[in-house]
Write a protein that binds this ligand. Structure first.
Ligand code: GDP
Length: 330
């Protein structure tokens, strides 16, 4: 955090960086606490073309989660889903490795139609969010294509092939974000991070390598965050040395990064002012080079999501108050 704004009073914008399921849990808590004072900047590295459709899995997870339409049983996709499209695809001998429910499909068809007509992903996402009754602002990090490719066992795998088709089994050597050098944050992303009422930037407990890195790798993003002069706080996706779900700890082991709070702070390379650490990892917290808040971070219920969101806001307020006091004593 450079400089010092008065962020201790409630009110003001929070910008959250978010991937899919893990990140969206906290984004929902923040949305319930903050309403329209929340901007969620979402990873687009998982986006891909499938069966002629543009699919944005993390954006859709955030849209479905914040609108109450998420499928809690499956842990992905829409609730009240039916699967007629997939059944017919199977009868036709077509590709069925990526599951698309009938209701979910409508969103992909409409998004693809609008993109082909020249509309931008940011505007399409905003319009869907409004239709779904979401008051938070949901923004793709960029309207330029960024595509995550996993180099695993010597060969490049497009992200969804690695994640869904191969169920994260191949050993990861490197992760690349194709197109990222030419990508730019959107004007809306820049405006949110330059909002004079910005209170804090929150890095949700998403996979740092697959969900947050593609956001931070967009040229200009780190500079915008650093220039914001507000606390930057992450919630660790690690609980008791393990990922709650998904390949975070597997990838960390493969990349020879220990699954610890210390490693999460180091991974974000000087960007963080604070880390929310699960109580199971609380022993490590005192030695962290950033401020920490230790609390249970497993978000099973809506109340858990609200509670972790409030913990993040408490840590942000504490950091802002400290920075103001330091500025005052200079
Ligand atoms: P994906 O894109 O759908 O894989 O989802 P994300 O990247 O947003 O989230 C995956 C990460 O979320 C994993 O590293 C999990 O450990 C983490 N995660 C999932 N649920 C929780 C939770 O309740 N609490 C915490 N602290 N982390 C969680």
């Amino acid at each position: 955090m450079k400089g010092s704004k008065d962020n201790t009073n409630s009110g003001g914008r929070i910008v959250a960086l978010c991937g899919g399921v893990g990140g969206a849990k906290l984004a929902l808590g923040l949305a319930r606490v903050l309403g329209e004072d929340l901007t969620v900047i979402v990873n687009t590295g998982d986006d891909f073309e499938h069966l002629g459709l543009h699919i944005s899995p993390d954006i859709d997870t955030v849209l479905y989660t914040l609108s109450g339409l998420a499928n809690r049983e499956l842990g992905w996709g829409r609730r009240d889903e039916s699967w007629n499209f997939m059944k017919v695809l199977q009868d036709l001998g077509s590709e069925t490795w990526f599951q698309l429910g009938d209701r979910d499909l409508a969103l992909h068809v409409e998004r693809t139609r609008q993109l082909k007509a020249g509309n931008l992903l940011t505007r399409i996402t905003g319009a869907v969010a409004a239709r779904f009754g979401i008051s938070a602002q949901i923004l793709p990090v960029s309207d330029d294509p960024v595509r995550t490719t996993v180099i695993a066992e010597g060969r490049p795998l497009p992200f969804q092939r690695y994640f869904v088709e191969q169920r994260c089994a191949p050993v990861v050597e490197r992760i690349m974000f194709d197109g990222v050098a030419e990508a730019r944050p959107t004007a809306q992303v820049a405006a949110a991070l330059r909002d004079p009422k910005l209170r804090a930037v929150v890095i949700c407990p998403s996979n740092p390598f697959l969900s947050i890195d593609p956001i931070l790798a967009v040229p200009g993003m780190r500079g915008l965050i650093e220039a914001a002069a507000v606390p930057v706080i992450a919630v660790s996706p690690i609980i008791a040395g393990k990922a709650v779900k998904g390949p975070t700890d597997k990838i960390m082991a493969e990349l020879r990064v220990p699954a610890t709070s210390q490693a999460i702070v180091k991974h974000y390379g000087g960007l963080l002012d604070g880390l929310v650490v699960d109580e199971a990892d609380g022993g490590d917290a005192a030695a962290l080079p950033v401020e920490s808040l230790v609390t249970p971070t497993l978000m099973k219920t809506e109340e858990d999501r609200d509670r972790v969101a409030r913990a993040v806001l408490d840590l942000a307020a504490r950091l802002s108050a400290r920075s103001l006091a330091e500025a005052g004593s200079e």
